[in-house]
Structure formats: C-alpha cells, structure tokens
Design a protein around this ligand. Structure first.
Ligand SMILES: NC(=O)c1ccc[n+]([C@@H]2O[C@H](COP(=O)([O-])OP(=O)(O)OC[C@H]3O[C@@H](n4cnc5c(N)ncnc54)[C@H](O)[C@@H]3O)[C@@H](O)[C@H]2O)c1
Length: 341
C-alpha cells in the first residue's frame, strides 16, 4: 500500500516535532509544507526533505493531492484552515487549543461532518506514555473505583521564550495548558458535572492568568483538583511533567517526579519508571512530550487506515473545551459552573 500523502501547515516552534515525528512513520510521506512566512516553509522543506513548499494554504490545496493535512498553526487561524481543508475534502488534524472561541470549535466539527471527513485535535497528553500508564492501571481495576484525583502541571519554565505570543493572550493558562490537564481529568475520572475555578496572574508583564486551581465534580460522584501554573518557582521543577494522584476503593496510583509511577493495590505498593527512551530528535526535558507527538500522529494514521474515529476527535474535544469555557465563567462569576456539553 502506498504511504499516505500528508501536508503540514505552520512550520513554527512546535511543528518541528510534528515534522520529525512524520519522518518516523513509514506509512506517511509529507509531500508539502506551508507557512505564510515563506522562509519558514522553505527551511522546513529543506530540513525534512519535503518536495514542495507553499506560503499560501489555498494554493497548496489546489496544487497537491492529499490524504490528510496537519495544521500546526496557532489557534486564531484554525477555523479558516479547517474550512479550507473541508472544502477540499481532506481529512484534518489540528493543534490544540482548538480555537479561541466555542462557536469556532462547534463550526469546525459541523463543517467536517458535513464534508464527511475525519477531524482530530492534536491533544497529545492523551498519548503521553506516563499518563497512559496511569490510565492502564485504572483500566485494569487495580485501585478499584476511583473517587478522588489531583492532576497537576506546575512549572516556572520560561514558556514565553519559545512562544512569545502567549504573553499577549487574553486567556492564558486555562486555555493553553489547563485544557490538557482537564482532558486528562475527563479520561481518568469521567465526564464533569461542575467546575469551580480560581485564577491568578503572577507574571507582571502578561495580559492573562498564569495560574489556575480548579475543583471538578464528576458525574459519577468523584472529585478532582486540577492545577495549571506557569508561575511556580519550585525545585526541582518537574517541567514538562504532569503529576497525578488518584485514589480508589482498593488503592491509589501516583505519577511522581522523575516519571515514577507508584501503585498501591490492596495494601501492596509497587513503583516503576514510566519514562520513555530518547529518540534521535528528542532531548530532555522535553522528550516525553515530544514522543507523545509521534504517538498522537501514529494514532491518527491508524484511524485513517482503519476508517475509525480518532479518540481525540473534534467532537470529543468539544467536551474538553466546554470545561475550559466553564472554568473561565466560574472564575469570573466566582461560582461553580456546569459545562454546556
Ligand atoms: N500540544 C502541545 O504540547 C503543544 C506545545 C506547544 C505548542 N502547541 C500548539 O501548537 C500551535 C502552534 O504553536 P507554535 O508555538 O508552534 O506557534 P508559532 O507561532 O511558532 O508557529 C505557527 C506558525 O504558523 C504560521 N502560520 C500562521 N498562520 C498561517 C496560515 N494561515 N497559513 C500558513 N501558516 C501560518 C506562522 O507563520 C508560524 O510560523 C499552537 O496552537 C500551540 O498551542 C502545542
């Protein structure tokens, strides 16, 4: 079977991981890259041996036969690019956050559905090996029925150095990072009934919140505390690790610093390292996050080949995005809020 022909739109900071990961997937050939900054598109084509580059997505869609497109631009551009892909009937994977506004997310899901093409959000925490290891423990029933969770991503790492546009965002840590952590709360403890959020802005030179503490009530009665912070001066800084602690009727599972997973089941405790080895293009401390890009893209390819909906489909991501919307409303109105979906 011939490899799937893909294109990447957006050749900036994070797309470098996408491009490396596509190279590692034998079933995919990236036949074109596109960036509105022509120099970036050309540089990516040269670095990754891609035969064609464009500085205009509409021109690319008109010129190249594609089995899928991977949109790795920032969120304000997602809707127009997804609409373009749907117009050309090209299956689409798009980076998180899905869009700046709820209505854009709903519109993208609807237009892809109408065009009959799959749409997946690149929600890579779902595919991160250590976070997946915790999910497996829950799935195996080792801790019984979970009733409490703490899922926490707190760091002082200077994210603004690589992504300076984040300083000007009007919604920051909930939408940029909390969205991942909230997604994992859904995965571990089920859909959410109410969200209560408190935010703070610590960094003096940014527009929006850089710290949030969320309390979730899940539909099955479990509660969780979800934390996201870009303003934590802690040592050691676990960046880019998500720390997890989940308690259940038979025990608990913890994801501790250094990717140690500790499981207590019926009074017996075991611990193992759930990190992943370095790939040729990954480096510490990013490696586990970078590797999750590869796993995310492998999932997309498997779904395309097998004709099944991706786990992090646009439709699924609406449920996570609804938690983000509820969190901002909760913080503004100082009360618990039920997500709209
Ligand atoms: N999943 C993760 O772990 C993770 C981590 C970092 C960033 N991201 C996400 O990746 C996305 C990109 O972030 P980034 O930091 O790489 O941004 P960036 O600004 O470095 O790169 C975006 C690129 O898209 C290009 N672009 C913008 N509009 C375009 C258009 N209409 N057509 C073609 N090219 C266009 C820009 O010129 C730029 O080169 C964001 O949504 C961000 O949230 C995800």
């Amino acid at each position: 079977m011939a490899p799937l022909r893909g294109a990447v739109i957006g050749c900036g900071f994070f797309a470098q991981n996408h491009l490396h990961a596509w190279k590692d997937i034998a079933d995919v050939e990236i036949v074109a890259v596109c960036d509105k900054d022509a120099a970036k598109a050309q540089a990516a084509a040269e670095k990754f041996g891609v035969p064609a580059w464009y500085d205009d997505a509409a021109r690319m869609f008109g010129a190249v036969e594609l089995d899928f497109v991977d949109i790795a631009t920032t969120m304000p551009t997602h809707r127009a690019l997804v609409e373009l892909a749907a117009h050309h009937h090209v299956p689409t994977i798009v980076q998180k956050p899905f869009a700046p506004h709820w209505d854009d997310c709903v519109a993208m899901v609807a237009i892809c559905k109408a065009a009959g093409i799959p749409l997946m959000v690149h929600e890579n925490f779902r595919f991160q090996a250590p976070l997946d290891a915790v999910r497996k423990v829950l799935g195996e029933g080792l801790i019984g029925k979970p009733y409490y969770g703490r899922i926490s991503f707190r760091t002082g790492y200077d994210i603004f150095a690589g992504q300076p546009y984040l300083m000007k965002e009007e919604q920051l840590v909930i939408l940029d990072l909390g969205i991942h952590v909230l997604d994992m709360a859904r995965v571990y403890l089920g859909e959410v009934e109410t969200v209560y959020a408190q935010t703070q802005r610590v960094h003096p030179h940014i527009v929006a919140e850089d710290m949030v503490t969320l309390m979730l009530r899940h539909k099955n009665g479990a509660t969780s505390v979800v934390e996201a912070s870009y303003a934590s001066r802690i040592s050691p800084d676990p960046f880019p690790q998500t720390l997890v602690s989940i308690e259940g009727t038979r025990g608990s599972v913890q994801l501790l610093e250094g990717y140690r997973m500790r499981v207590t089941s019926d009074g017996e405790t075991t611990e193992k390292n759930v990190s992943t080895p370095l790939l040729s293009w990954t480096s510490e401390p990013w490696h586990v996050a970078q590797e999750s890009v590869l796993r995310t893209q492998q999932h997309w390819v498997a779904c395309l080949r097998e004709g099944r909906a991706p786990e992090t489909s646009g439709e699924d991501n609406l449920r996570t995005y609804a938690l983000v919307v509820a969190a901002y409303r909760s913080a503004a109105e100082r009360r618990a809020v039920a997500p709209t979906r």
